[in-house]
Ligand binder design. Structure first.
Ligand SMILES: [Zn+2]
Length: 136
């Protein structure tokens, strides 16, 4: 039997302000528009964690989704939920918290924890209409 992909979806809410310190205030306003407003704004994010591997003949699972949920919650979502991404999250320190930057940092945290299956893809929804994907 080949490999199978299993996906778990988790949600969290967080605030941020898009602001790149290397740019001027005018350039930031021009580039990020309302997302640059000084006191920030919030999103209800959804993260889809896709894991790929062989089906364990003993369990019939690629990965135990309860354990996967626990790992992602403990090591990632708990650090993001109801936080301000500009100030409250150690692994985003000094980083402009775009969805792209957030998904790349999330990959670095989760990838080593998903064994013996492997992390195939993260899809991070920032709004109903926008998501970013990362495959390492
Ligand atoms: Zn935003």
């Amino acid at each position: 039997m080949g490999e199978v992909t299993v996906t778990r979806r988790l949600t969290f809410s967080a605030a941020h302000r898009l602001h790149e310190p290397a740019l001027t205030d005018d350039e930031n306003r021009e580039l990020f528009g309302l997302c640059n407003s000084p006191y920030g704004h919030g999103h209800n994010y959804a993260l889809e964690v896709a894991v790929r591997g062989r089906v364990d003949p003993r369990t019939g699972y690629v990965v135990d989704l309860k354990q996967l949920k626990e790992i992602v919650n403990t090591h990632l979502v708990a650090h993001l939920d109801h936080r301000n991404l500009n100030f409250d999250v150690e692994f985003l320190d000094g980083i402009n918290p775009t969805t792209e930057n957030l998904v790349v940092r999330s990959w670095a945290i989760l990838e080593p924890l998903i064994q013996p299956a492997r992390l195939l893809r993260l899809r991070l929804w920032e709004t109903e209409n926008n998501y970013v994907e990362y495959e390492g």
